[in-house]
Design a protein around this ligand. Structure first.
Ligand code: ZN
Length: 257
C-alpha cells in the first residue's frame, strides 16, 4: 500500500452502506481510479462538499496494489464549478465530458493533458450561456479524441488522400472525411456541410475558451456536434448505449430554446 497525493475531478459517485460513498475520480497523476470515502455522507464529514459531482479537489488516498478500490483519506475542494450544479443543461453537457473520460481512459493510466482539458471544459461550461454549450462540447470532444488517438481526419479523404474542400462526407467507421468519389466505401458515411467541417477544424485548432467566445449555437453547431456524437458512438462505444449522450439528446430536443 502506498500514499498518493494528486488532484482529482469527480466523474461519478454512488452511495455505499449508510454513510459512505464510492467516487470514480480522474486524477492527474494516477489516471482514473475508484476510491471509497468512509463517512463522507455524515453531516460534518471531513470531506465537506469536495466529492460532489465535477468538483476538482486535492486528494490523498491509500493505493492498494492489485486492487480496484482504494481508500480516500483526505479531499479538499480546489474548484467547484458552481455554474454547473443548478442548471440541468450544463449538468447534461458536463456529464458527456465525464463519461467520455470514463469510457476512453483505462483504469489508472495517467493522462495529464486530458486532465487539464477536462478541467478547462468544466470551467467553460460553468461560465457559458446556454447557446455556447454545443460548440464547447464539440471542441472538447474533438480534442479528447485526438489526445487518445481517435482523432478524425478532417483535411484529406481518408480513402484516397485527396484534399477535401467544402461539403463532403464523414465516414463514421473510416475515421474521417471522404471525398465524393469515395463516399460509398463507408456505409456509415454522413453528409457534412463545408461550414460544419470548418467549425470542426477550428474546434480542434483553437482553445475551448476561444471557441466559446467565437461561436454560438445554430444549424452548423448542431450538425457538428451530432456528427461528433455519432462518431463517438461508432468508434468508441461500438454501438453500445452512451447514457449521458442519450440524456443530453432527450433534453435538448424537448427544450424550447
Ligand atoms: Zn477519396
Amino acid at each position: 500500500m502506498s500514499i498518493q497525493r494528486t488532484h482529482a475531478i469527480v466523474l461519478r459517485t454512488r452511495k455505499v452502506r449508510e454513510s459512505s460513498k464510492i467516487a470514480v475520480l480522474f486524477t492527474n497523476k494516477c489516471g482514473r481510479i475508484s476510491a471509497i470515502a468512509k463517512g463522507s455522507l455524515k453531516p460534518k464529514s471531513k470531506f465537506g462538499s469536495s466529492l460532489e459531482l465535477f468538483t476538482r479537489s486535492s486528494i490523498i488516498f491509500y493505493k492498494k496494489e492489485n486492487r480496484e478500490l482504494h481508500t480516500l483519506s483526505h479531499s479538499e475542494t480546489l474548484e467547484s464549478y458552481e455554474g454547473i450544479k443548478d442548471d440541468v443543461f450544463k449538468l447534461a453537457y458536463a456529464s458527456v465530458a465525464a463519461e467520455m473520460v470514463e469510457r476512453l481512459m483505462p483504469t489508472e493510466e495517467p493522462n495529464e493533458a486530458l486532465f487539464g482539458l477536462l478541467a478547462s471544459v468544466l470551467a467553460e461550461i460553468s461560465l457559458a450561456e446556454r447557446p455556447q454549450l454545443e460548440v464547447i462540447l464539440s471542441s472538447y470532444e474533438l480534442k479528447t479524441l485526438c489526445l487518445v488517438g481517435y482523432g478524425p481526419e478532417l483535411a484529406e479523404c481518408v480513402r484516397c488522400g485527396k484534399p477535401v474542400e467544402g461539403a463532403a462526407w464523414f465516414g463514421l467507421l473510416s475515421g474521417g472525411v471522404l471525398c465524393a468519389g469515395c463516399r460509398n466505401r463507408d456505409l456509415n458515411a454522413l453528409a457534412i456541410s463545408g461550414e460544419a467541417l470548418g467549425l470542426l477544424r477550428d474546434c480542434r485548432r483553437e482553445s475551448i475558451k476561444k471557441i466559446r467566445k467565437t461561436y454560438s449555437s445554430g444549424r452548423v453547431s448542431r450538425e457538428a456536434v451530432d456528427i461528433l456524437n455519432a462518431f463517438f458512438r461508432a468508434q468508441i462505444s461500438e454501438g453500445a448505449k452512451v447514457r449521458s449522450l442519450d440524456f443530453l439528446e432527450r433534453i435538448r430536443d424537448t427544450s424550447v430554446g
